[in-house]
Structure formats: structure tokens, C-alpha cells
Write a protein that binds this ligand. Sequence first.
Ligand code: ZN
Length: 486
Amino acid sequence: MAEDEKKKIVLNKNDFSEWYNDVVEISGLCDKRYPIKGMNVWTPYGWKVMQFIDQIIRRECDDTDHGEVNFPLLIPKTEFQKEADHIKGFDSEVYWVTHGGLNELDVPLLLRPTSETAMYPMFSLWVRSHNDLPLKTYQIVNTFRYETKMTRAFIRVREIHFFEAHTCHASFEDAEKQIIEDCAIMDKVASELCIPYMLVKRPDWDKFAGAVYTIGVDTLMPSRRTLQLGSIHQYKENFSRPYDIKYEGSDKEFHYCHQTTYGMSERLVGAVVGVHGDDKGIILPPKLAPIQFVIIPILAKGKTEMVSEASKELLEELKGYGFRVKLDDRDVRPGSKHYDWELKGVPIRVEIGPRDIEKGSIVFKRRDLSTKAFIDRKDLKAECDKALEEVKDELKRRAEEILDDGIRDVDSLDDGVKLLKEWDGIIRTRWCGEMDCAREMEKSLDKTFLGFPLDTNGTGDLQKEDGNCMVCGRPTDTVVYLSRSY
Ligand code: ZN
């Protein structure tokens, strides 16, 4: 998009959907003009942000002894069809390759929608004895799903930048421990993104195709709709049986492996955009920002050279400390520069003018605040570290406020309906377990079952609370969330 076209767009986050669709493009994260619906182009700035997120995920996976793999994109139809539920879940979403050149293929191939059916035939060759376990792998690749719903950059696309971890274990208990570890990884990733989240066990009718259970990792967008950031699945032996993944135990008997998977995607970028951005553009958490500091020289007549020299020195010094810095010495008005870097969400703007140079100071303008701060040049490194940390804390605090404010506990259907006339968000209530009551809740509240929230204590336990089913009034301690989601 041309610069002058960009500047004609007025961003207004109160109209979230339009704001989001505009801001992802004019901030330079992606280009949506590629001639296939739902397949966008990662532009350099957006791809950098994604790469920084991938780096955080890689670091956490490597720290927990996962090995990175890279499997082929194409999966034979014969392998894809081995697990019945899995097929049902994905059949309508896969892209098929039916020809090689002019020849029709004997066995059609599909583009991976996820990689269970690519990996597990190989896992059955890799796993032999209990000494091979646990097998912990992950890959960061593109996956493909033929979405028929309306597409939205990073949130609902047809080619998805995807992280998937696949593990094999000797027992159900070991697999359960893996799921606790997955939740801990999520916590570290989310912390760098400054995105608060909920762990919500999905109801049976909404679990991953082939899973015994699924834990969704959800956040709340300012539109008050939930966005699934990731999902963690317990498979037990559901895949190891059809794919014949067995190990010889110390008892000399063969046993099927217990398996788990964990997926996250470019939706993390969508969450960062949606949760942190404002009417000026996106706001990037420091760890994800391709540019953490942008230096704007304030030129004055007769002192241009001095300021320009000092700016270059500052640039080199900041780079030397390992920060990602850019010097914006374009010949345009400062206001125009401010506009551009605010739009792109650079955490800190550094201004340097003749008076600052004389005083041995510089000015910091944080993207998340409207005020400026004078910084003593002597304490530069410490002040930079501190400022980035403060941006991170403030983004987290604001995002947590959005989430806290977006969940309300309701006892009865009437109260829920009344509340939703003046407020929107996640309804927290109690459910007896009867399908009729679930359907009634969904219909009356015009929301869907998100699922059963987990305690935040890291044990994987569900929240329990004595009360009554919202619909029939029967006593129950099962807590449920209902929401509208992306
Ligand atoms: Zn009920």
C-alpha cells in the first residue's frame, strides 16, 4: 500500500473488526493482496515479529528436551485414513494433490492440515524399546486448511504458520506430566507476548478430532470474543493403535505408547495486534519488536551537523548494548516520523536535539504512554533496560484488565440474559452435565460452550465450585465458560 493511501485510513478501535483488518496491513505486518483468499504474504516486518515468537517457542522447547524435526508437507491418503475420528474432523478441510505432472497419482496426497498422520508412521519405526521414551518432538511449519468461513489475517487463514509438538510416552501418567509441562511452556510464551490467557478444557463435542481430551488456551480480544491461542491434546492410545507405535517394556511385553500434542500458530501475532493496539496502530512487546528504539534527531538551524553526529553516536552505542535500533534521518517532518513509528508499534522513541546534547540527556517517549521522560545519557544502558521492562509490565497490566473485566459470574439464565443487554464477554456459571441444559444455555445467551476452566495453580485441576445448574437448578460443582469466539 502506498504511503499516502495509508495516511487516509483513520484507525478507530471501537469498531474492532475494521480496525483490525486495517491495522495489520498499514502497520506493515502482512499484505493481503495475494490472489488466493486466506493466503497472505508475510512482509519483512511481520515475518520478523513471527520469527521472534518462534525463537521464544524454540528456546522453551529446547529447554525441555524436545527435538526439532521437519516432516514433508505431503501426506499419502492411505496414512491419513488410519484414524477414523481424525478423518471426520479434517476431511472437509484438506487440500488434495491428485496429479504429478500430467499423471494422475495412484495414491492421492494431501497438504498437511496438522502432522499426526505424517509423523506417526515414522514414530512406529523410531520407537522400539522403553529406552526410546519419552520421544519429544516439535516442528514449526506451514499447514493448510480449506477454511470456508470468513478469513481474517493471522486469525483465520488457509495457509497457517504453525507450531506443533508431538510426544510419545510409556504411560498415561507420563503423558499427563507432559501436559503440565506444555502449560508451563505456554505461560512463558504468553508472558513475553504480554498476553493473559485461560486454560479451558473443551467439552467432549468440541475436542480435537482423535483426542481423549483437549485443553484450549484462550485469550479475550477487545471485541469481547475469545481467541484460541493454542491447544493441548491427550491422545492416550487413540493414534498409537492404528499407527502401531509400540515399545518393548522392561517386562519384555509390547505396549502401545501414550501420546500428546501441543499446537500454537500465527494467531499469537493476531492476539498481540488485537489486545495491545490502539487508534495510533499496533504496540509491540519489547521481545517481539523488530525495532525496539527509534532515534529521531530534532534538527535546529545551524546545529544540524552536531545533532546528526550525536544521533549516529547514540545509534552505535545502543546497538553495542545489543538493542534493536533504527535511526530515522529521513528528510520529513518529525510529526510524520512519529506517525509512522507509532503505527508500527515501536516501544520507545528516542528524541535528541541541540539542547539535549548540551545537557547530556535524551528524551524517551514510550509508545504505551503519552508522556515523555528525560534520560541522563550516562545511565543509558540501565535506562533502556528499565524502559523496555516498564513497557512490558504496562502492556501486561492493561491486557489483564481487559480479561478480568471480560468475565462475569452468573447464577441463572434470567440474570445472564439481563446482563448481556448492557455488557458482553465470557459468562462463568455452573452446569449439571445434561446436554439439554447446555443447549438451552447456548441458545438463551447466544454464546457457545468454551468449556471447563482449569485452576491457575498449574496442577491441571478443573475449577470446582458448589452451586446449581444455571438452567435446571440441580446442585453441581462443575464450572463452565460460555463465550463467542473467533
Ligand atoms: Zn441442568
